[in-house]
Design a protein around this ligand. Structure first.
Ligand code: FAD
Length: 671
């Protein structure tokens, strides 16, 4: 029996252990989570909450990065405003579901569930998953929409598992399981067609007579005269308000990010329209801890030009200070208040991403009269919308000004914009430093996302990556930021980010080196996919330096870039190699140096013999970077390799890879 066969056998064993140790394992994962705030006291009993607040429809969501939450809230809002239902919309993490089986049978539940990692439920949904696995819910009627990404092996697996468990619990699915696919970029349209069909089917179960189609606010908006120490000027939490003496949180999490100094930043390469930034956060005076292979979450804010364009489009008064009060006590504020209009646009709302058809539909009510009919028809026509708006890569302001030929949309109420736009979310990066070698800094390697809109001539850009570039340029030569297409107010709210700082938190990831240093590792990471492998190698170099590395296994890194100009950390690798004493080998695929394109999967083929040998010794495989093409191509290559080596079919080799994934022997960190 060789190493690969052992892998399959041990996969079965590990699967059994995972099953038996489910509770312990989940606890372990939970202890590493972004935010552990599940409260299960009697006061948040779901049935009691429904009764106390006179609700007749329940929407529950399990969200990892906020997308499922966003869709759940939109669905709840539509049921409320269009059909007059009294909807309770809650995160499964924050409610006690033990009594769900006692929910009156006329109340329907709509679930929105994201899939995270290797087909897992979101971190905050551990108790929910456990509850479903043993629940008896024969009176429950529900709808279900999953949010996933087809590029992952376990596409929408959490929603599929929920469906299986709900079926076994005897609950009744209304309509069909909806599957949103972020990999194809179709989540919005998947949701809209699922919603249309589901609402049709729901008619047969509850009274859904359309009361009104117009916008109905969920919050009472009031204006405030003066800025005080309690006014939010971009602070993400009350921790940093003057009224709290700008006291940083002691426990850093997604709900309490830490404004962290940037010690060092530089441009790794620059070619026309392409930049890559290396940023180092200094965590020495913080309670932030990370492990090699973890993710850092960076909280961005919008560029000056984009904020100004948005305010002009809607004729908004930037300095107006406003407060929001939920009209329904079960609803939370979308962002901290009181605050100013400009602050909300700069720090709290996503204003530059692609436009959704539903957003246009909501705003169409307030379109300038001459174009109103056209805007309404465009928002109802999937194909025309795709061609006229999505394909043109417009943000909301671009799209509306294009439709109105430059005329401001001054009739749109501010409350409507607040409720229609998404809330700004942090962006995740694979940490490129090592926790043992770099305990006081976290390194990020980010490619700057940049494009010029062909129609407006204005830049279409990534919010965070351009912010990081702006900071990097400013740190090295303040005048050089002029070359950027946009500028950011990098001093932050009340100069909180002055001296180059940004709010961050850590998300722990299962993407980890084996603790047994003798296990060989095969790493595949083209482009910025090399980020965690720089961390892995620095980790191993540190182990050698501290004498912990007798009998270290072989390390092969397959890296890909266009040519020598965009070769990331080119000067560092030879040094690592010499310190690792021949155990580390880097194989580089340069895709644009000859007529024949060469990618990492070609290099894998060339080194098939060595790879098979390492796999038979029980090597771990790690893949990081592009999920859409690269990770699939790499998996196909390795599958073919195993199939040839073992003389088995591609299907059987695919099953072996699946087993390796379950076993942690084949790990992916792809996006
Ligand atoms: P966003 O503002 O989120 O925009 C995303 C893209 O949409 C950009 O390309 C932008 O140009 C485009 N866009 C903006 N507006 C529009 C519009 N109106 N129409 C059409 N397109 C538009 N990235 C790295 O570089 N390095 C890493 O190590 C890394 N690790 C990651 C690890 C994980 C776990 C995950 C999930 C992602 C990782 N990423 C990494 C990707 C990273 O999180 C961000 O997605 C990326 O940097 C873009 O963020 P942004 O805020 O700059 O762009």
């Amino acid at each position: 029996m060789n190493g690969t066969d052992l892998v399959v056998l041990s996969a079965i064993l590990v699967a059994a252990i995972i099953y038996l140790k489910f509770d312990t394992l989940k606890e372990l994962i939970l202890s590493n989570d972004d935010d552990i705030s599940a409260t299960h006291g009697g006061s948040n009993d779901i049935v009691q909450m429904m009764q106390d607040n006179d609700k007749n429809y329940l929407v529950l969501y399990a969200s990892q990065t906020g997308t499922a939450e966003d869709y759940a809230k939109r669905f709840a809002k539509e049921l409320k405003s269009k059909f007059g239902l009294n909807v309770l919309c809650q995160d499964v993490e924050n409610v006690d579901l033990e009594n769900l089986h006692n929910l009156p049978s006329h109340i329907i539940v709509s679930f929105f569930i994201s899939t995270y990692g290797e087909g897992d439920f979101p971190d905050g949904a551990v108790n929910f998953e456990q509850y479903l696995s043993t629940a008896q819910l024969s009176d429950l009627k529900y709808t279900l929409f999953g949010l996933g990404n087809y590029t992952y092996e376990f596409f929408n697996m959490a929603a599929k598992k929920a469906l299986k468990m709900l079926t076994e619990a005897d609950a009744t699915l209304i309509g069909k399981l909806g599957l949103g696919d972020d990999g194809k970029g179709t989540t919005e349209e998947d949701y809209l067609s699922w919603k249309e069909e589901t609402l049709e089917t729901l008619h047969g179960f509850i009274n859904l007579s359309e009361e009104s189609t117009g916008f109905k606010p969920s919050f009472k908006l009031s204006f405030v005269d003066k800025i005080s120490d309690d006014t939010y000027l971009g602070e993400l939490t009350s921790d940093y308000l003057p009224s709290n003496n700008f006291t940083p949180p002691t426990t850093v999490s997604a709900k309490h990010p830490y404004v962290t100094p940037i010690a060092h930043a530089k441009e790794l390469f620059k070619s026309v329209g392409r930049n890559c930034i290396h940023t180092e956060f200094d965590i020495s005076n913080t309670t932030i801890k990370y492990q090699t292979g973890d993710h850092i979450a960076i909280w961005p804010f919008n560029a000056n030009e984009k904020v100004e364009q948005f305010m002009t489009t809607f004729a908004l008064q930037p300095n107006k200070i406003f407060n929001l009060e939920p009209l329904d006590p079960t609803m939370e504020l979308p962002f901290p208040c009181p605050t100013t209009i400009e602050t909300a646009l700069r720090y709290y709302l996503e204003i530059t991403g692609p436009v959704s058809r539903e957003c246009l539909s909501v705003l169409s009510e307030f379109a300038p009269s001459e174009i109103k009919e056209y805007v309404i028809s465009l928002s109802k026509d999937k194909d025309a919308f795709a061609q006229e708006i999505t394909a043109k890569k417009f943000n909301l302001a671009d799209a509306l000004l294009y439709l109105s030929q430059g005329q401001a949309w001054s009739q749109v109420p501010w409350e409507c914009l607040i409720e229609t736009l998404s809330i700004i979310t942090p962006r995740y990066y694979s940490i490129s430093s090592a926790s043992n070698a770099d305990p006081s800094t976290i390194h990020v390697t980010s490619i700057v996302e940049n494009d010029t809109n062909e129609i407006t001539g204005s830049p279409t850009l990534g919010v965070t990556t351009n912010l990081l570039r702006n900071i990097s340029l400013n740190m090295n030569d303040p005048n050089s930021t002029k070359i950027m297409p946009v500028q950011y107010d990098i001093r932050g709210p009340r100069n909180l980010y002055g001296g180059h700082k940004l709010p961050i938190h850590i998300r722990h990831s299962p993407f980890k080196l084996p603790t047994d240093l003798s296990i060989p590792i095969i790493m595949i990471g083209p482009g910025t996919g090399v980020a965690p492998f720089r961390g892995f190698i620095r980790d191993r170099v540190h182990s050698v330096g501290s004498g912990d590395a007798n009998n270290m296994g072989k390390m092969m890194l397959f890296y890909g870039c266009r040519n020598e100009d965009d070769f990331l950390y080119q000067e560092e690798w030879p040094e690592y190699s010499s310190k690792l004493d021949g155990n580390f080998e880097m194989i580089v695929a340069l895709s644009r140096v000859s007529d024949k394109k060469c990618y990492v999967q070609h290099k894998l083929k060339e080194r098939q013999q060595d790879l098979v040998e390492l796999l038979n010794q029980g090597a771990n495989i790690y893949v990081c970077g592009d999920a859409v093409r690269m990770a699939k191509d790499v998996q196909r290559s390795i599958c073919e390799m195993i199939s040839q080596d073992k003389g088995i079919s591609i299907e059987d080799a695919g099953e072996m890879i699946k087993a390796m994934k379950i076993n942690g022997k084949y790990q992916e960190d792809v996006w």
